[in-house]
Design a protein around this ligand. Structure first.
Ligand SMILES: [Zn+2]
Length: 74
């Protein structure tokens, strides 16, 4: 376990932002899709349950997602 929730590592970027984009993999094409949502990473770590859905640009279907499907990206 190596989670530093309140001490984000230094980054080469100008602002030490912990804001992350939520990406989900399309089950039909296996491509990553941005859900359009963002969240602070410490908040995400503390979230027990989170769900949503998005219209997929790759296969044009609506995919529901749960927390374990999500990949956080800068
Ligand atoms: Zn899709």
């Amino acid at each position: 376990m190596n989670h530093f929730l309140f001490a984000p590592p230094t980054t080469p970027r100008k602002a030490p932002s912990t804001l992350r984009r939520l990406l989900v993999r399309c089950p039909a094409t296996s491509k990553l899709v941005a859900t359009g949502e963002t969240i602070e990473e410490p908040l995400w770590e503390g979230t027990a349950k989170r769900t949503g859905k998005f219209t997929c640009p790759h296969c044009a279907k609506v995919h529901p997602w749960v927390k374990k499907d999500v990949i956080l990206a800068r």
